[in-house]
Design a protein. Structure first.
Length: 149
């Protein structure tokens, strides 16, 4: 078995070649183990070392382990691709047609300079008063309560 081979393809070829070579079915289990990738050997040693396990039992164990491994590689590759795409898109600067030429404001609608000044002074971003954060702004809470009534 080569790195990157699908187990289904490998086992089909193994089965075909074992029959063509005239290898007795009693030797297939040991021969299969010898031809597996080291990682797959490590994960399925329990089955191959069990004298009562048949060749088919070992094939099932290998197939499920290989499938899990392939899924994990696929997920990892998807994560890497997504992460790389995210990095690529955040590096570029895009200007939309009709967008203002001044620096963009944050979601709060506040200019970055104003936000920075309020932060330095320890004032609320919502009501601009000192002594609390915008998360617990009493004016914001009272407006929310009125909306619920």
């Amino acid at each position: 078995m080569e790195v990157g081979d699908k187990f289904d393809t490998f086992i089909s070829n193994f089965h075909y070649l074992a029959i063509e070579a005239g290898i007795g079915e009693e030797d297939w289990k040991e021969d299969l183990y010898d031809r597996l990738l080291p990682e797959l050997q490590e994960c399925t040693i329990y089955c191959f070392s069990n004298r009562e396990a048949t060749f088919d039992d070992c094939v099932k164990a290998c197939a499920s382990t290989a499938e899990l491994s392939e899924d994990r590689v696929e997920q990892h590759s998807t994560i890497l691709t997504t992460t790389q795409t995210s990095r690529d898109t955040t590096r570029g600067t895009y200007t939309l047609i009709g967008s203002p030429s001044k620096p963009s404001t944050r979601a709060s609608g506040m200019e970055p300079e104003v936000r920075e000044r309020l932060m330095r002074e320890g004032r609320c971003f919502y009501c601009k008063e000192a002594g609390h954060l915008s998360k617990v702004c009493p004016k914001k809470i009272s407006l929310q309560l009125k909306a619920l009534e």
